[in-house]
Design a protein around this ligand. Structure first.
Ligand code: ADP
Ligand code: MG
Length: 346
């Protein structure tokens, strides 16, 4: 059970329900605040030429990572990518990082140094600078919180709320690799795969990419509509775009990009590749819409970039909900199968 503990009165059951409640009860507007709770990063109108993005992510040992199956360096790397990916989802450029850690007695200085090396390595391509943080002891495993700032030109950020009916939906890269890699790490009886496929899936889990270049390109070309990064899995993250934009969506199962290694893994596990792609989790790919009228320009330009971007469906009216169209042409509701922290067996 991910979040431990037995059921009690007033126990938190839904991460997103709790956030919505906090947003309604506690959050307050501010003239400098363009976007508060509800997107991948908050947006602050800091100057007439540049707006500031701020995002934060908390990782808990045993919930988000396990030092038994990942190196400390990889744990740090993935933690930084989780934040970099949120800046990518806004179409921003990452800038400054603050890191807070609560360290259990079992952790050595060398391990913490490795953790930091991983974090700094992930930020290095973007010249991310560490500017502060906080340090505490922990009685129960390591806690790691990263706060990352970024910048974006005024009014150019890619918002979850910018999808419109008729807009095509795209995704970068391939889906499900990280989830497959995690399963390989956790399984006592690993499915028999070629060594090259196993290596690929493990690397995609330990060393995911943040799609900073893709987000920047969408903003620069003026081609982006709505965007979110895929941290929880396509079905859950698409839901956030639909809720924030007040629309529905139809996903074409046959169009979901799945790597050859993940296909081999799905076959060995007796699963449909689309199932893994939809559930995913920690892919850190971008899910975005392109305004309908800009689709042909987008298609023309994307071919010249070398970016891997696949059209996987269409934004529909809100009343249609979220649907999954099979290759046979039948549509069924998109199942809610992505990761939710507080979901427990009933
Ligand atoms: P992401 O997966 O992109 O990191 P989350 O789903 O974690 O985004 O968060 C969605 C939104 O809710 C974000 O705007 C985030 O800042 C906000 N949020 C999450 N947890 C809290 C919290 N405990 N208090 C206030 N805002 C929160
Ligand atoms: Mg995000």
């Amino acid at each position: 059970m991910k979040a431990g503990r037995s059921r009690r009165a007033n126990t938190v059951h839904s991460e997103f329900g709790l956030i919505r409640r906090l947003q309604a009860e506690v959050a307050q507007p501010d003239p400098q605040l363009f976007k508060g709770i509800g997107d991948d990063a908050a947006i602050i109108k800091t100057s007439s030429t540049e707006w500031t993005l701020i995002t934060t992510d908390l990782l808990a040992e045993g919930v988000h990572f396990d030092p038994a199956t990942s190196s400390w360096r990889d744990i740090g790397y993935r933690a930084a990518i989780a934040n970099l990916s949120d800046i990518a989802a806004m179409g921003g450029t990452p800038r400054f990082m603050l890191v807070s850690i609560a360290i259990p007695p079992t952790c050595s200085t060398t391990q913490i140094q490795q953790l930091y090396r991983g974090m700094m390595q992930a930020g290095a391509p973007y010249h991310v600078r560490l500017i502060g943080g906080d340090t505490s002891a922990s009685k129960t495993g390591l806690f790691l919180n990263i706060t990352l700032t970024g910048v974006v030109p005024p009014r150019q950020a890619l918002l979850r709320s910018a999808a419109h009916i008729g807009d095509p939906i795209y995704v970068t890269g391939t889906l499900g690799d990280s989830r497959a890699g995690l399963d390989l790490l956790m399984s006592r009886q690993r499915p028999k795969l070629r060594a090259i496929d196993t290596r690929f899936l493990l690397a995609r889990h330990h060393r995911p990419s943040a799609r900073i270049a893709e987000g920047l390109w969408l903003v620069k070309q003026g081609l982006g509509g709505a965007a979110i990064d895929l941290s929880d899995g396509l079905t859950g993250d698409l839901r956030h775009i639909c809720e924030e934009s007040g629309v529905g969506a139809e996903i074409l199962a046959g169009s979901l990009p799945v790597s050859p290694a993940c296909r081999a893994y799905a076959k060995a596990r007796g699963l449909a590749p689309a199932q893994i792609a939809l559930q995913g989790g920690e892919d850190y790919e971008l899910l975005f819409t392109v305004p309908r009228k800009k689709q042909s320009r987008f298609e023309r330009l994307v071919g010249k970039t070398g970016f891997h971007m696949t059209c996987i469906g269409l934004i529909t009216p809100q009343a249609s909900g979220l649907g999954l169209k099979s290759e046979r042409g039948t549509t069924q509701p998109l199942p809610l199968t992505s990761y939710e922290h507080f979901l427990r067996p009933t």
